[in-house]
Design a protein around this ligand. Structure first.
Ligand code: CAA
Length: 394
């Protein structure tokens, strides 16, 4: 039973994703994590289900789902394997949405159909080694060379950047003499075949180990002029606008991880006997279960209210940050409780809760740290509160 009032279609998508994830992803998730293995079979399977084009219109070979259906599917995937969920979230929310909303018709026709079919994976390259939370400080430089652009610099923390066929990359198009902050940043559509494009270091991460994260170096990378996305100087606003959407995906991923931890804890606690009875009979455990379930339901309700607002075409910057912040902190808290319910067994790899705990942490870091989400929420709340009519939209 769900608090959400879901349509038939939304329930169908949820059931489809759950059945697939439980059947195909759950049995191999632990092994892929231990081996840090990105699994192309999983990509093929999810492509057959249409999961790489969930938000893409049918004319570009997508499923054209509403935002809530997409997030319900993502949650189900994340319950089974958070590494698979980040692949879907980044691909569907960031490069795909940027191309859809800011690309020319020629760019959309060229890239979206193979992306929606899962033949081309999309990645997003905003951060750099010296520009994380302060994304506008990025230094990757683009200079014109005839009709082309030459890009030089290092992009960091690029999820599945070594597996992607299309990378939406933010680079400076202002000059070192005349810096224009965020307004000096443009977006380029990169492909790994471009001369000067190199995948550098692969990170050795605490969690999401089956999802590769890489650095990309651009060594005077020659990019044809028709690979500029939208208008020159608008790339930073495109990136932040797309992150409004991306953060909903990460919130769904965090909720999925938390739900996996709660479900595992409930099953374990019902079997585990101490002091002559199952530990579910102790209030210490019951209260943890109650708090876990309450926080998860609150996070999901906030997320789906934000998604419904997005579907209505409203600006959701504040609510997307709230959903991501609350879901990420819920995932970290719930997985910490789950390890505690399991006791020593939660601290070893025999059970999956230590993986859930490791996977949860990054949801408080990527696509904007919890501190950045609080900055966004505070800015938006204060400007609403101090607006002429003094009323805070809810
Ligand atoms: N939608 C559309 N436009 C927006 C926007 C939004 N949500 N937020 C800001 N903008 C526009 C502003 O209107 C402004 O435009 P103008 O210059 O025309 O006025 C421009 O973007 C710059 O905005 P700010 O002045 O607010 O920018 P700022 O430098 O103060 O930064 C910030 C704001 C919130 C701190 C931002 O830098 C930020 O979100 N930082 C975190 C970055 C982040 O999330 N990185 C994650 C990278 S992806 C990843 O994690 C890897 C992966 O693959 C998963």
């Amino acid at each position: 039973m769900s608090l959400l009032h879901l349509t038939e279609t939304q329930q169908d998508i949820q059931r489809l994703a759950r059945a697939y994830a439980q059947r195909e992803l759950v049995p191999l998730a632990g092994e892929r994590d231990r081996e840090s293995r990105f699994d192309r079979t999983m990509v093929t399977q999810m492509a057959e289900l249409g999961f790489f084009g969930m938000l893409v219109p049918e004319r570009y070979d997508g499923l054209d789902l509403d935002a809530q259906s997409y997030l319900l599917a993502l949650e189900e995937i994340a319950v089974a394997d958070a590494s698979a969920a980040v692949l879907l979230s980044v691909h569907n929310s960031l490069p795909t949405q940027m191309l859809l909303h800011f690309g020319s018709e020629a760019q959309r026709e060229r890239y979206l159909p193979p992306m929606a079919r899962g033949e081309l994976l999309g990645a997003f390259a905003l951060s750099e080694p010296e520009a994380g939370s302060d994304a506008a400080a990025l230094r990757c430089q683009a200079v014109r060379d005839g009709d082309d652009w030459l890009l030089s610099g290092t992009k960091a923390w690029v999820s599945h950047g070594n597996e992607a066929g299309v990378i939406l990359c933010m680079a400076r198009t202002d000059t070192p003499e005349m810096r224009r902050g965020g307004r000096g940043i443009s977006t380029f559509i990169l492909t790994p075949d471009l001369p000067g494009f190199h995948v550098a270091k692969k990170e050795n991460k605490m969690g999401l180990r089956a999802s590769p994260t890489v650095q990309i170096t651009l060594d005077a990378c020659r990019v044809p002029g028709d690979r500029l996305l939208g208008e020159e100087g608008k790339g930073f606003a495109y990136a932040l606008g797309s992150l409004d959407h991306g953060r909903l995906g990460i919130a769904a991923q965090a909720i999925g991880i938390a739900r996996a931890a709660l479900e595992a804890s409930a099953r374990y606690a019902a079997e585990r006997r101490q002091f002559g009875r199952p530990i579910t009979e102790f209030q210490a455990i019951q209260f943890k279960v109650a708090d876990m379930a309450t926080r998860i339901t609150a996070a999901r309700t906030l997320l789906h209210a934000a998604a419904a607002a997005k579907q209505r075409g409203e600006k959701i910057t504040r609510f997307s940050s709230m959903a991501k912040l609350f879901a990420a902190e819920t995932a970290m808290w719930v997985t910490t409780q789950a390890v505690q319910v399991f006791g020593g067994y939660g601290y070893v790899t025999d059970y999956p809760v230590e993986r859930f705990f490791r996977d949860a942490k990054v949801t408080e870091i990527y696509e904007g740290t919890s501190e950045i989400q609080r900055i966004v929420i505070a800015r938006e709340t204060l400007s609403a509160a101090l607006a002429d009519d003094g009323s805070l939209p809810d």
